[in-house]
Ligand binder design. Sequence first.
Ligand code: CUA
Length: 168
Amino acid sequence: MTREPESRPGTTIYLYELAWILPSIAIPVGMLVALTVTAFGAGIHLPGVAGRVDPRAVERTPRFNEPGVVQVGPERYEARMTAQIWAFAPREIRVPAGSRVRFIATSKDVVHGLYIPGADVNAMLLPGQIASVEARFDKPGEYPVICHEYCGLAHHTMAGVIIVEPRP
Ligand code: CUA
């Protein structure tokens, strides 16, 4: 009595198993490759932590004692911002089109968010921690600055604006 090897039920099960096992290895490997390429090749990182600050002394800490925008180079600006319930300081920022803006921000009280739709800005503002994130503003217009971490009763009203002015 002989049986054809390919008609054995065990072989079919083995092939099905293989059809599931191979993608389950290939998918995480693919993700790891994508992560490596974006992090080291394209230089995409999470918003950086630029240091620590005493949350009770934010107003006396250099850079945060005078929230605002300063020019730090040709077409380069630094926006020093603080967040507190329920406002950003400064509420309004003006830069010319084509500017690169580094946001240096922290919270004076609870966890807030710093989210600018239309720009590459999406960071958490934690008390005691300084967040640093950079974005380029090429298109003139108004960009809303939104707190996207729930921070209490008037969280939904917490917003600011970036006005990108056309170059003369
Ligand atoms: Cu601040 Cu929500």
